[in-house]
Write a protein that binds this ligand. Sequence first.
Ligand SMILES: Nc1nc2c(ncn2[C@@H]2O[C@H](COP(=O)(O)OP(=O)(O)OP(=O)(O)O)[C@@H](O)[C@H]2O)c(=O)[nH]1
Ligand SMILES: [Mg+2]
Length: 299
Amino acid sequence: MSTTRTGYIALVGRPNVGKSTLMNAMLGEKLSIVTEKAQTTWQRVTGIATTAGVQMIFLDTPGLLVAKDLFQKSMLGEALAAVREADVVLLVMDAGRPLDAAATASMRDILDGSSAPLIVAVNKVDVVPHSAVQDGLRWAEALDARAFAISALSGTGLEELKEALVSSLPQAPFLYPADEIASEPVRFFVAELVRETIFERYRQEIPYSVVCRVEEFREEQEPIYIAVGVFVERESQKGILVGKAGVGIRELGGDSREKIEHLLGRSVYLDLWVKTLDGWRRKRDDLTRLGFHVPDDLR
Ligand SMILES: Nc1nc2c(ncn2[C@@H]2O[C@H](COP(=O)(O)OP(=O)(O)OP(=O)(O)O)[C@@H](O)[C@H]2O)c(=O)[nH]1
Ligand SMILES: [Mg+2]
């Protein structure tokens, strides 16, 4: 039997509860994008943390929601697939936003898709009253789960949580080289950083209507040349993104470039190409072309 412990830990929970923040904290690196808006994560992001004898492979997932369009179905599908594949399911909840009976029932339903051990992280204890944290812990116990009060932001409780995760992992050889932290290509993270910046700079429907894809990546030149396709759902949204005299797109480009340079550790020339991809959220072909997995049906 292997002397190392290795396994997949699916981070699941409602939108905005802090799943991505928690994964980044566990990795000690910013891998997944994080914003204050719900539905920031759109696809699974794999984050690998290897320490002496242990490889934790985190699967950050989109928040669990009731899917209202084809794109949300794809998001939900990603989360459900991660639950099915996980060796440990780490359910994250926001201690300040308890789940009502109906939401708890649908959560149980989702968790039924896995026989893996369940651990609950009651998050945001840095800002939530003690009594609400206690309610969260009791809620988790009713799910027959081990529960931990944590703050992904400040780091409270993360060591205890990590110990519990490690002891739940199967004894198995490492699946990734010890120095690897991500499995998605760098292009994915570049596009994500542009999307994160859009989430920060725009309100209402724009963040949810814009999808980004790296179209060109020429790293043999200095600065690196990167072209990112920024696809809006409707022609009218182009003007909002580009802004008066192109100020909007210039500022978006500037902020995104800084983040990308930080990620790559090199200077970057960033070209943003805004294009309309009419109603992409509802079109299977477009979603597939953009790299999303659209399930034929959900359970
Ligand atoms: N105060 C506080 N805020 C937190 C904590 N963890 C996360 N947040 C904040 O909560 C917001 C959402 O965090 P995310 O990590 O993006 O949440 P998520 O669950 O990945 O959200 P989706 O990807 O939309 O499903 C951000 O503004 C975070 O800074 C925490 O422990 N304490
Ligand atoms: Mg997220």
